[in-house]
Design a protein around this ligand. Structure first.
Ligand SMILES: *Cc1c(COP(=O)(O)O)cnc(C)c1O
Length: 332
């Protein structure tokens, strides 16, 4: 179950704690956003172009990645990553059993078979020890998810991938800015997949996504795949998608990216505050708060607590009564 109130309250009742308050966040950057949007309209350049290139460069720098490639959504980022690795019918991809629908649906979408592996109950991320057991001759990739904003245990996963000659792709949709052993989400595998869905830590004004990679060939392939496989001059080398990041989205995201570090630090401070309060009020028997593991930087896309067996629904109802935003992640 996730409890937030990530930014300051902006609601009718002063005691209300909304689940997420994007209105309050927008109020702090409205004039910057309007100027950026006006510039895009003045240019009348809406598809890719310099706004997208500039954002890609800044986002790559933020993720410590050699390259970043904008696309239409986090879901498309996952599809494009699998396509760039030539994963398709007859192939298996190992992924987490505990994630948003798109992680597994995209594996199926490219014709491959998702193989679910259970999570570690503390990190809530893919358990590397169980991954090894799920490898078959058909396994082509491991697709861990950095759930709720904390990276999966990537080093053992990387070792397994290298040992078996398979790929490692990160579903980093919830984890922009998260770190593992000093390196950022998105450069811990061959390709990182990000989402700019409005409620993600870096959220656009609509759908958007991005891929990160240090591999020059993969980067070229991804850039081609997002424009119908066009390698220039209407010469289509392969069948790709129409999956581009809009210039308007890039302009909005560029403004917000400049604030991401301070927003992330605010999330982390709020998480520590919750942690202290749960301890202070002696609630740690009833709930388990998320733990930032050694060597990790958690970016708390959700502050997700575990509730003692049988008590969850009553707690959820009581939070609702007190107008404190909370939801079950994930109900199914
Ligand atoms: C949000 C999310 C996605 C999909 O991103 P969209 O931009 O909504 O398509 C994929 N995986 C995870 C774990 C997500 O949280």
């Amino acid at each position: 179950m996730a409890v937030t109130g990530s930014q300051s309250a902006h609601s009718a009742h002063p005691a209300d704690v909304p689940f997420i308050d994007l209105v309050a966040q927008h109020a702090t950057i409205a004039s910057e956003i309007h100027e950026a949007v006006d510039r895009v309209f003045a240019s009348q350049s809406f598809i890719l172009g310099e706004n997208v290139t500039r954002f890609e460069e800044k986002a790559a720098a933020y993720c410590d990645s050699r390259d970043a490639i904008g696309c239409a959504s986090g879901t498309d980022a996952l599809i494009l990553a699998l396509m760039a690795l030539d994963i398709g019918p007859g192939d298996e991809v190992i992924t987490s059993a505990f994630t948003f629908f798109a992680t597994a649906s995209t594996i199926h979408r490219v014709g491959a078979r998702p193989v679910f592996v259970d999570i570690d109950p503390v990190s809530m991320n893919l358990d590397p020890a169980k991954v090894e057991q799920a490898i078959t001759p058909k396994t082509r990739a491991i697709l861990p998810v950095h759930l709720f904003g904390q990276c999966a245990d990537m080093e053992p996963l990387w070792r397994i991938a290298v040992r078996h000659g398979i790929s490692l792709v990160e579903d980093a949709a919830q984890a922009i800015g998260a770190e593992y052993q000093g390196r950022r989400a998105g450069v811990l595998g061959e390709i990182g997949c990000f989402s700019f869905f409005p409620t993600k830590n870096l959220g656009g004004a609509g759908d958007g996504g991005m891929l990160s990679t240090d591999d020059h060939d993969l980067s070229r392939r991804l850039r081609r795949l997002r424009v119908h496989g066009d390698q220039g001059g209407y010469r289509h080398a392969e069948i790709g998608l129409n999956s581009r990041l809009d210039s308007l989205q890039a302009a909005v995201l560029e403004v917000k990216l400049a604030h991401l570090e301070s927003w992330t630090e605010a999330r982390r401070a709020n998480a520590r505050r919750y942690e202290n309060l749960f301890t202070h009020y002696g609630l740690t028997d009833l709930v388990t708060v998320p733990r930032e593991l050694p060597g990790h930087r958690h970016v708390y896309n959700q502050f997700t607590i575990r509730v003692k067996d049988g008590r969850r629904d009553a707690l959820l109802a009581s939070l609702k009564r007190d107008s404190i935003g909370a939801a079950i992640y994930y109900p199914i």
